[in-house]
Write a protein that binds this ligand. Sequence first.
Ligand SMILES: [Zn+2]
Length: 273
Amino acid sequence: MPELPEVQAVVDSIKPLFLSRKIIEIKNPNSYKSVFATHSLEKLNGLVLNKRIKNVFRKGKYILIELESGYLAVHLRMTGNFKTSSDNESDAKHISVEFILDNKKSVYYKDYRKFGRIYYFNDLNYLENKLGCEPLSKDFDYQFLKHGLSKSKSMIKSKLLDQSFIAGLGNIYVDESLWLAKIHPEKKSDTISGIKIRRLSDAIPMILKKAIEHNGTTIINFSFGNDSIGSYKEKLNVFGKTGEVCIRCKKSKIVKIFVSQRGTHFCSRCQKK
Ligand SMILES: [Zn+2]
């Protein structure tokens, strides 16, 4: 599932296509109506018609297309992506949405698994209430993390996946951050030492920034900008490394457990409970 760095890669790839354009029409080529989460296709068309696009940016795992008034928001969920053509047949049948722009070009939203959703919001209040701290903003620091974790009895892995606490993290970057900070994924949030919280507050933005430089991680099906893939997979230390020797301690093998039903990778020697 795309996390913050993957969503950022998609934003960077579609921004030049949408910026300063107007949407002339939104179409639903394969009649998959559930993709529209907040408004019917007809209403949505009325809301976006002829409004110039002022910006395209990311908030948590949401892509936001800012119009002269209002916002289109896209959540990619498992397999959503954008393309500039619908040429081949396998693409065509998975295209849920076509955005026809005022330059006569189209941008296609393709979603093989069809869990992705398109929203329309008048303002950002809903998302701002729903989403927690942006981990690359100045609000995210040791004090924020220490305060938040001290009030939580949840396992740290679950807490970091909670989008209302920190927006944008998912399975890959939580496992990588906990490994780097040497924290066991099942450790209760309010029992983590200050030293480890300090390491975690450094690890999260550091890993995310590096992953953004690599356009995210493609394990199976993440792609952006007409089938480009992210290359951060080469840099992963623990995610998907089950059975491989930990590259830090060089003694234990990476194990996989399930925490809140999420596959979780860690080194039991480096990340003690
Ligand atoms: Zn280790």
